[in-house]
Every structure is written in C-alpha cells, then in structure tokens.
Design a binder for this molecule. Structure first.
Ligand SMILES: N[C@@H](CCC(=O)N[C@@H](CS)C(=O)NCC(=O)O)C(=O)O
Length: 206
C-alpha cells in the first residue's frame, strides 16, 4: 500500500493517525499536491492528499472515506473501533472539529491566493475565523467535561479535535483571535505518547 501525503495537511494527519491505530504502518510517500505530482494526479482526479493506493491499485481518496474503509475492514476484536460505542456523540463532536479544520485550511489557502490583500478581513474570511473560534470553544468545553478520549483510546472525535488544535498552533500561533484552549492542549499532549499522534505532528519540510 502507498499513502501519498504531505507533512502539513490536517486531512493527511487524520488518515495517518487512523491507519496507525488500525495497525497499518505505511511510510508516507511525500508529494507536492500543488505541483500536480503525476503519481498523485493519476491516482486522484482532484490531485489532493491524502490518497491511499491499495495493493490491487485501487485508490482511496478523502480522509473520512479512508477512515470508513479502515473501520469496515479492520474490526473488533483485533482492532479497536474509531467510532466506538457512542457513534452519535463521537460523530457529532468530530463534525465540530472538521468544521474548524475546513475553515483553517480555507483561510491558509485563500491567504496565499489573495495576498497581499488579507483574506481574513473579508466577510468570508471573518466567517471562517468565527468558525474556528466558535468550534474550538465548543471542543474546549467538551474536553473540559472529560469527553475526549475518555477511555484512553482516541476515537474519531479526539483524532479530529487534536488534529484541529495542533494545526491551529502550527498555522496561527500568536494571532490575537486564537482562543486559549487549556483542556484541549492537555488532551493533545496526553495523546502524544501514542506513536500515531507523535509521528504525525505537522511540520514544514526544510
Ligand atoms: N476533503 C479532502 C480534503 C483534502 C485536501 O484538501 N487536501 C489538501 C491539502 S490540506 C490538498 O491536497 N490540496 C491540493 C489542492 O486542493 O489542489 C479530504 O478530507 O481528504
């Protein structure tokens, strides 16, 4: 199997954490999604990471579809479920985090396109920022109730929430609107003792 990936994308990180937690340790093949790498374009019409190429050549795209495939093919009792016994709660919380991730990625990409005009101050930019602030505050309240990775195993809600907070730290650290998120930071730090989280922290390649 081959995972076409980069080191910054939160979507890649969700897929990578899920793959590792399901026992698949695939060394990612790093590609530049924006440079139309031919390997990526051939496997994925959208030329986006993550793209997982299975042994038989089938390409799986979209982080959550990769999670769905893992969930369906690597099941209990051998592999833990990424959804767990409270599917409504987990998926509802994961949705909040995914909204934050979409808003954050949209902001970063559009900043590049509109520079030097700051996208952030446009009506859409402000909407995306509000999504990030509002979403993270809701996730912080959820973390304060001890609901994230409560039994020590990260389900999709914790995977997405930690991916969101670490991505915000990576991309927006020091910006005045970023809320203080002490409980979520603690969840993120706690999960970093797992290889899946530690090895997938975002970084800009040198
Ligand atoms: N919905 C997709 C989003 C994937 C995505 O947007 N990946 C970005 C990196 S963060 C990418 O490859 N962008 C290249 C492009 O949009 O052309 C998923 O969940 O996997």
């Amino acid at each position: 199997m081959q995972l076409l990936a980069n080191t910054t994308s939160p979507y890649v990180r969700i897929a990578r954490i899920s793959l590792i937690e399901k026992g698949l340790n695939i060394v990612p093949t790093l590609v530049d999604a924006w440079a139309d790498d031919p390997r990526l374009l051939q496997a994925n019409a959208a030329s986006r990471v993550p793209t997982l190429i299975l042994e038989d050549g089938t390409a799986l795209t979209e982080s959550l579809l990769i999670v769905q495939w893992l969930e369906q093919t690597r099941t209990l009792p051998v592999y833990e479920s990424l959804i767990g016994s409270d599917p409504e709660g987990v998926l509802s919380r994961a949705g909040v985090a995914l909204g934050v991730i979409d808003a954050a990625v949209h902001t970063i990409i559009t900043r590049k396109v509109t520079a030097p005009v700051l996208f952030d101050e446009t009506p859409v930019g402000l909407r995306r920022r509000r999504t990030m602030v509002e979403g993270m505050q809701r996730l912080e309240a959820i973390a304060a109730q001890g609901l994230m990775a409560a039994d020590g195993f990260p389900r999709l809600d914790a995977i997405a929430a930690v991916t969101a907070i670490d991505y915000l730290d990576f991309r927006f650290a020091g910006e005045p609107w970023v809320p203080s998120l002490t409980h979520l930071e603690a969840v993120s730090l706690g999960l970093r003792n797992r290889r899946s989280f530690a090895e997938t922290m975002p970084y800009t390649p040198g």
